[in-house]
Design a binder for this molecule. Structure first.
Ligand SMILES: [Zn+2]
Ligand SMILES: [Zn+2]
Length: 303
């Protein structure tokens, strides 16, 4: 809830007129408690988990032939009932774990000092804080994920997330309830270290989930804007982790590639990419040779 009773009071306190965005924020939040604003995350998460994967499903079922070349595991066959089963399971976990976790974690947000007041943060402040959140989450997630691949962690907890050897968008949050709770820590660490405005926090939750859905989508589209982010892993990178499955000791990082590079856990993936590249070049060469011998044969016939 804002500390100013009117827009005039806010302008007097800031010693300047409110920007258009600040006026909208004032009008929207003036009578809402901070707790209610924080709980908006539940709505955002529900909408993201429900709607963003639909984009990939639409492409999978209606534009299958046009986008086949971008499918990472072309032999993986997805049915509507598979996708719906995954969504139902994710929603059950959302109601039983994610939602209550959001409702109960409010005191921690208050404690670290996420603010809802005016002035709003600048674009620069939002972008730098989001970059810190992504980097902190990526590093912490890397080690927790790597730990979850020890025998006990995998058999008792992480195995559930690996049920999908060819992941789909809906499978991004598909995991054991304990994993959802544990991975809440890396998501919270960044905002705890560099607390910002509630708008930045909302954006963080939204962007991190969209990124996770893209990473699990099973498609590596060349037009995605994330291609321009330095050291970004992306769908192909994480898909390999699922493809190898429980034995995987490669590609543990959630967002970027630098942790796996530094700690040497990207070797399997690099080797796999090299082999694929060589096969591709080999088949290209044999096709060219076939074409050449074919045309030479026709030339001889013509002579
Ligand atoms: Zn894993
Ligand atoms: Zn995954």
């Amino acid at each position: 809830m804002l500390t100013y009773a009117t827009i005039q009071a806010a302008q007097d306190a800031l010693k300047r007129p409110l920007t258009a965005a600040e006026t909208i924020w004032f009008n929207y939040t003036a009578t809402k408690s901070d707790y209610l604003l924080y709980c908006h995350n539940i709505l955002f998460l529900f909408l993201i988990f429900s709607l963003v994967p639909l984009y990939y499903l639409f492409l999978e079922f209606f534009l299958k032939n046009s986008i086949r070349c971008y499918k990472i595991q072309p032999k993986a066959n997805l049915t509507i009932s598979d996708a719906f089963r995954c969504y139902k399971s994710v929603m059950r976990m959302f109601v039983l774990v994610v939602g209550p976790l959001q409702l109960l974690s409010y005191p921690s947000i208050k404690m670290v000092g996420i603010r809802t007041s005016l002035p709003l943060p600048s674009i620069w402040e939002i972008v730098t804080q989001l970059a810190v959140y992504f980097l902190v989450e990526d590093y912490t997630n890397y080690w927790i994920h790597r730990l979850l691949h020890c025998k006990w962690g995998y058999d008792k907890i992480h195995k559930v997330h690996h049920e999908y050897t060819a992941p789909i968008g809906y499978a991004a949050p598909y995991a054991h309830w304990a994993e959802i709770l544990i991975l809440g820590i890396p998501s919270f660490l960044g905002p705890a270290m560099v607390p910002g405005h509630m708008i930045t926090f909302w954006l963080w939750i939204v962007l991190r989930q969209i990124e996770a859905i893209e990473t699990h989508s099973g498609y590596d589209f060349p037009w995605t804007p994330t291609k321009y982010i330095p050291f970004y892993g992306g769908p192909d990178y994480h898909d390999y982790h699922h493809y190898v499955g429980g034995l995987s000791q490669s590609n543990f990082a959630s967002v970027f590639t630098y942790c796996d590079y530094i700690y040497g856990t990207d070797k399997g993936y690099r080797y796999h990419k090299n082999v694929l590249q060589q096969l591709r070049e080999g088949s290209k060469l044999s096709q060219e040779q076939k074409k050449l011998s074919h045309s030479t044969g026709e030339d001889l016939k013509a002579d």
